[in-house]
Design a protein around this ligand. Sequence first.
Ligand code: COA
Length: 164
Amino acid sequence: MSAVLETSPFFLRPMLKNDMDEIMAIELKSYVFPWTRQIFIDCLRAGYYCQVCEMHGYIVAYGIMSTGAAEAHVLNLCVSSERQGKGLGRQLLSHMLGVAEQKKIDTVFLEVRPSNSIALCLYDAMGFNQIGERKDYYPTKKGREDALILAKSLAKNIAKSFPA
Ligand SMILES: CC(C)(COP(=O)(O)OP(=O)(O)OC[C@H]1O[C@@H](n2cnc3c(N)ncnc32)[C@H](O)[C@@H]1OP(=O)(O)O)[C@@H](O)C(=O)NCCC(=O)NCCS
């Protein structure tokens, strides 16, 4: 896909508890099985890296990443439906990978539904590789769906990618 890049000015800032109404409006429109407000609040309380992308005073995207000693996990990455396909997801993920690199993280992990082809394209383009799967991990309208486990190595002195 060759996107028409977003040219409006936007900036990233830490997510706040006060952002929950706006975030939940995007979350509910973006996922068939959305996170609850409480999950976002728990992520804030846990001290995870929670960022929002703001444009013209409104939140248009957000990302949440937990970081430990050597690993990080991208737990949520979401762009509002009106702003999708304009490069925001890529820029937000790239920012989060940069933060992980600054924190000397070796490997960034995430889980994704195999049916989420857009997200898979993005993760592939950003250098993530599939390293495993979790059987019947996600609910679907008809039953369950596996989760693909993807990883990206940030370590400079070891192989940049994992075998497929
Ligand atoms: C997945 C998501 C974060 C991608 O963000 P985005 O801003 O729409 O994506 P971008 O415009 O940055 O595009 C990045 C890449 O994604 C892929 N992509 C984006 N839109 C696409 C589309 N409509 N069709 C196919 N691939 C697409 C392309 O590989 C694209 O790179 P390219 O433009 O160089 O070809 C966004 O679509 C989203 O929030 N979806 C709903 C929530 C979700 O599924 N989150 C991921 C959970 S794991």
